[in-house]
Ligand binder design. Structure first.
Ligand SMILES: Nc1ncnc2c1ncn2[C@@H]1O[C@H](COP(=O)(O)OP(=O)(O)OP(=O)(O)O)[C@@H](O)[C@H]1O
Length: 272
């Protein structure tokens, strides 16, 4: 039998290694929690998180985003959400995009969106935990957690504290793919978190005149590396200026998502 993470009511006698899992808000319902991680900044992790939520919402699921990138939050802006969060006696109510994506982000709490977040590590970790324990997620099928890059404090907190059902690793052709995927695989294994697969972003640019695929950041090596770790490559996403413009305008929900995203959406759907 798997660990229930409740040592108080368990008789397994496994040595008393207490679970660090944090209980969700009693009024919240979240069916699956998916982490989106990357080895370094700027590879498109937040855009992928947003597109997965939009894509799964279009497939009829209720989606939420927990923006765990506390010092570099970008999710609300991508969805054009600027209202401050509200609460009730039971907890914090997530903000909602026009399309119904629920979200929580430090940017929805700060007096001004461009205020910097100057928190010490332990405060950042507590904030992320509160985004789980205090928020009344409303009947969410898939909660995507946008993680800061790397394998630092916040990913560790998320993996230890939240019931993560799987993670997606985002890379770019430029990345030191082998090392980055290797680190993510090892961390996930150490923390007993299933790896769903790898998504390569910035794979190519389609020439607007002839449609030829130009590998702007070099030839991809993601297939060989993913195979080495027994992981599927779920998508190779193009550089798409229209997507960048939609993000900048806060209109990601109006954007045409790349066809290549279908593999990643299916992989998420399959973990139901
Ligand atoms: N495939 C793409 N086509 C066009 N623009 C993209 C693409 N992927 C990402 N971008 C743009 O590149 C910028 C960086 O992307 P994003 O913020 O998603 O990266 P990130 O990995 O989350 O970065 P950080 O580590 O800072 O959180 C954004 O402006 C985003 O809109």
């Amino acid at each position: 039998m798997g660990c229930s993470h409740n040592c108080d009511s368990c008789s397994a006698g496994c040595g008393g290694e207490k679970s660090l899992k944090v209980a969700a808000n009693p009024a919240a319902t979240v069916r699956k929690v998916i982490g989106v991680v990357s080895g370094k900044g700027g590879v498109g992790k937040s855009l992928l998180t947003s597109m997965l939520s939009v894509g799964m919402t279009r497939r009829g699921y209720t989606c939420g985003i927990l923006d765990a990138d506390i010092t570099g939050p970008s999710i609300p802006k991508t969805f054009g959400v600027h209202d401050k969060l509200e609460g009730c006696e039971e907890g914090i109510l997530p903000a909602r995009s026009e399309g119904g994506v629920q979200m929580i982000s430090i940017n929805l709490v700060l007096p001004n969106e461009d205020d910097p977040v100057i928190y010490r590590g332990p405060i950042i970790a507590e904030t992320v935990k509160q985004f789980w324990s205090d928020v009344i997620w409303d009947d969410v099928d898939f909660l995507f957690v946008d993680m800061p890059p790397g394998t630092g404090d916040v990913p560790l907190t998320v993996f230890q504290s939240l019931p993560v059902d799987g993670i997606l690793v985002v890379t770019s052709p430029q990345d030191l793919v082998s090392m980055i995927v290797g680190k993510a695989v090892k961390m996930a294994k150490m923390m007993n978190i299933p790896l769903i697969g790898v998504v390569e972003n910035y794979s190519y640019l389609a020439c607007p005149d002839c449609g030829k695929h130009i590998p702007v950041f070099g030839e991809s090596r993601v297939d060989a590396v993913a195979a080495e770790y027994g992981l599927p490559v779920l998508a190779k996403l193009p550089i798409d200026p229209k997507l960048a413009a939609a993000v900048d305008a806060g209109r990601i929900e109006d954007a045409k998502l790349p066809d290549e995203l279908a593999g990643a959406l299916k992989a998420v759907e399959d973990i139901r």
